[in-house]
Write a protein that binds this ligand. Structure first.
Ligand code: GDP
Length: 375
């Protein structure tokens, strides 16, 4: 980071040389950079440098101000293009309107509901996907793999945090659990932490010190506790007063994106927590990289690793090289992904059919008018 960027008042929010470079044309057009800290029904809360104008927003010690901006100019029929928490934006000098989004480095996307499974971006420009897994319950490696697939797919770097380590007082037991998790997560750091005893928390804070992080994981995994411990008492007190002043003033209380006291940024949006699997096929193959590698040994190119002779994957299960659980988990995730894709296809097909019917009806109508059969 150069000196100019480091001293930028948005640096605590993750501004760096790369974003600075991407912003050059917007700066030339007289626009201001800002980062979206919350989106609510088409309006964005954006932190931006507090040097110009007054908006009635609360200025914080970092020289930033939260302003409300209209996301409408970046509205798009493509939901992937709609502004979301974590996006860097170009604001007009009046700071009321978002003129453009900077290119996203990473994006967490999920299907919106069972009926409409188009993508919705939940968080943008996330560097670290922290997957919280509780040590208070039996390790569910299948679930860990599911979250890993999502994380890889987003482009963020996943790490696994085994929470509530204070509940596993036996150090040998703890290292087994860490080793088991590592085996299901090739290339991913696994860290045991306890918000209760503080174990591992400084290491975690250090890792998150550079860049933007999100917390993923099942309900009860300890995400809120972890977020509170990372954010520190001061920010918590601010958060506790969230929405309490009712005067429409926008202060730090309404943010889903917060700078961490030890450096780095945490995005904690309610929607991201129960994130579903969405088009994570390349993420899935990354989680199961060793299966993809074993597949190179298969006699047939399009081997489904189920019944084919000379299958490298089944061979590895037989020899004990690949745990059967891994293969089952891999199949389950791919199936789940296919179901989602099929749902989207069904929606697209329905839309096309509707369009076609409308055109047909219109054609019939025009034809009747031409022939004079319609009054
Ligand atoms: P979330 O649903 O993922 O946000 O989980 P919470 O943060 O609400 O935590 C779920 C439960 O686990 C709460 O009862 C917490 O008090 C408990 N918990 C969280 N972190 C720890 C920890 O480090 N040690 C212990 N013993 N309990 C914890």
């Amino acid at each position: 980071m150069n000196d100019l960027t480091a001293s930028h008042s948005l640096a605590p929010y993750g501004w760096d040389d790369g974003f600075d470079a991407d912003f050059t044309p917007h700066a030339a057009a007289g626009l201001l950079p800002g980062r979206i800290v919350r989106v609510d029904r088409g309006r964005c809360d954006v932190v931006t440098a507090s040097t110009q104008g007054t908006d009635g927003g609360g200025t914080d010690s970092q020289g930033t101000v939260t302003v409300q901006a209209d996301a409408a100019p970046v509205w798009s029929p493509d939901p992937m293009q709609i502004a979301c928490t974590g996006d860097w934006v170009a604001l007009d000098p009046g700071r009321r309107v978002v003129r453009a989004l900077l290119p996203r480095r990473t994006a967490f996307v999920r299907s919106t509901s069972s009926k409409r499974s188009e993508g919705q971006v939940l968080a943008a420009n996330v560097d670290h996907a922290v997957i919280a897994v509780s040590l208070a319950a039996e390790l569910d490696l299948g679930r860990v793999e599911r979250f890993l697939a999502l994380a890889w797919e987003s482009g963020a770097r996943p790490m696994i945090v085994l929470t509530k380590a204070d509940l596993v007082p036996d150090p040998a037991g703890l290292s087994y659990l860490v080793a088991d998790t590592e085996a299901a997560a090739p290339g991913v750091d696994v860290l045991a932490v306890s918000a209760e005893s503080g174990q591992g928390m400084d290491v975690l804070a250090g890792v998150l010190g550079g860049g933007t992080a999100v917390l993923l994981g099942q309900s009860g995994a300890g995400k809120s506790t972890l977020a509170n411990a990372l954010l520190g008492a001061e920010v918590q007190a601010v958060r506790a007063t969230r929405d309490s002043d009712g005067k429409g003033r926008h202060t730090t209380t309404t943010r889903d994106l917060l700078p961490l006291p030890g450096g780095g940024v945490l995005i904690d949006t309610p929607g991201l927590r129960g994130v579903g699997l969405w088009d994570a096929e390349s993420g899935v193959t990354q989680v199961f990289a060793e299966i993809e590698e074993l597949a190179q040994r298969c006699r047939f190119h399009d081997c489904s690793h189920t019944v084919e002779p000379g299958c490298g994957v089944l061979g590895a299960v037989e020899s004990g090289e690949l745990p059967e659980r891994r293969l089952e988990s891999y199949r389950k995730l791919l199936r789940e992904n296919e179901r989602l894709a099929a749902r989207t296809d069904a929606r697209l097909r329905a839309e096309l059919r509707r369009d076609w019917k409308q055109k047909q009806a219109l054609g019939r109508h025009m034809g009747e008018r031409k022939r004079g059969t319609r009054r």
